[in-house]
Design a protein. Structure first.
Ligand code: CAA
Length: 389
């Protein structure tokens, strides 16, 4: 990676970036294609990522994490995703969608019980917002949580849950007061061993196939009232605040995919010959290389900038919604652009499973969809700029 001079990398940043790069090369690169093909969940490497501190990068050491900053987190995800975006999304969801919510909104008891095992990588966390009839319009969910003494009784069906088939703990959002719409949503921490909690079938997917995605089903699932995260009715705000963090992770994931596609394309352009010259010498290829490189640099600046904005918010409390949405939007479209160009530059070899380029192409697509589609990011950015919200 070329250094981006305006970002203040410390020795610690360089250390975690190098550690993630070495780990990805040694542990993930040899198995990535095999797990992509089989769609099996890579328990062993995910466990090792936990031991490296990658599953709770920003969580204080007192709660089982590595106690590092947001830039460290982003650098680590980027390096993992240069090798395999499926490992990267498990890491991103665990760190941001699960751990961050508890860190920001949880009680001391919740942090001890629900944060520490997941941040240390002993257990896996998931985040469950989407429903079959409620996707981008997240505030329209139908799942219900009804208070019954010291418990809430959870009923409903959630879909597209990353790590759903393997999660030990889930933060789930349900309606406690449907009449209040978004303000009637609450968040709950659910242990997957709770009776009434089951998992639906694992989704067959185009990309990030080694990560596991499924529905989650709640049937009279009784959860202690002390497992409610935040106040009753505060769930939608928690979901959105957490997604602001998650989108930085997905931006970093997309950046990693884009860089991997670019490096493969650049190498191929300097080796492969056609019509008696290197294909990179044709302007059609050279200009693609120029556009990939430029977009990656811009995406990197946006993603690192969003990471710094989040870091600042730890002291100022300011929201970083805009920086996070812009980073996710631009980096995911850059990943798709670069993966598409890399396949084209490779020609038939780009279509072959013998090289990882076709995997980058399949993996890139989801970054424009999950944790808020590109259309939702444009909505968030334009509403903010036009003062509509
Ligand atoms: N931070 C804090 N609060 C926020 C917020 C944010 N980023 N965004 C909105 N809010 C607050 C608003 O201030 C408002 O509160 P007040 O009424 O008190 O002012 C409240 O939430 C409602 O906000 P909106 O009126 O803007 O809500 P909306 O219904 O118009 O929805 C939306 C806004 C941006 C479209 C939102 O619904 C959204 O982001 N949708 C996409 C959902 C999404 O990303 N889903 C992916 C799920 S996770 C996943 O992909 C699976 C996985 O496992 C990886």
């Amino acid at each position: 990676m070329s250094e981006t001079a305006i970002f203040p990398f410390t020795d610690e940043h360089k250390m975690i970036r190098n550690a993630a790069r070495d780990f990805a090369q040694k542990e993930i690169a040899p198995i990535a294609a095999q797990f992509d093909e089989s769609g099996e969940f890579p328990y062993e490497t995910i466990k090792k990522m936990g031991a490296m501190g990658f599953m709770g990068v920003e969580v204080p050491e007192a709660y089982g994490g590595a106690g590092l900053d947001t830039l460290s987190y982003v650098l680590a995800i980027e390096e993992i995703c240069k090798v395999d975006a499926a490992h990267g999304v498990v890491m991103s969801v665990n760190n941001s969608l699960y751990c961050h919510g508890i860190l920001q909104f949880g009680t001391e008891e919740q942090k001890k019980k629900f944060l520490a095992p997941v941040a240390s990588g002993e257990a896996i966390g998931a985040y469950s917002l989407t429903e079959p009839q409620s996707g981008s319009d997240a505030g329209t969910m139908r799942s219900r949580a009804v208070r019954d003494g010291d418990f809430y009784v959870l009923n409903g069906r959630k879909s597209w849950v990353t790590s759903g088939p393997v999660a030990d703990y889930v933060v789930v959002f349900m309606m406690t007061d449907p009449g209040k719409k978004q303000k009637g949503i609450s968040a709950f921490l659910v242990d997957a061993k709770t009776p009434g909690f089951t998992r639906g079938k694992k989704e067959p997917k185009l990309g990030i196939r080694a990560s596991a995605t499924s529905e989650l089903i709640f049937e009279d699932c009784r959860v202690p009232a002390e497992n409610r995260l935040g106040a009753e009715g505060e769930g939608f705000k928690i979901a959105m605040t957490v997604l602001d963090v998650g989108r930085i992770g997905i931006g970093a994931q997309a950046l990693g995919i884009a860089e991997a596609a670019y490096e493969a394309a650049r190498a191929y352009a300097t080796e492969r010959e056609a019509f008696g010259q290197k294909i990179g010498e044709f302007q059609g290829t050279g200009f693609k290389i120029a556009d990939m490189k430029t977009r990656i640099e811009a995406a990197r600046l946006l993603v690192y900038n969003a990471a710094l904005a989040k870091e600042r918010s730890k002291t100022t409390g300011e929201r970083f919604t805009l920086q996070s949405s812009m980073a996710k939007l631009f980096a995911s479209e850059t990943a798709m652009y670069c993966a598409h160009a890399a396949v084209q530059i490779h020609g038939g070899m780009g279509f072959s499973k013998e090289l990882p380029v076709e995997r980058y192409f399949r993996d890139a697509k989801i970054t424009e969809i999950y944790e808020g589609t590109s259309e939702i990011q444009r909505l968030v950015i334009s509403r903010s700029e036009l003062g509509l919200k």
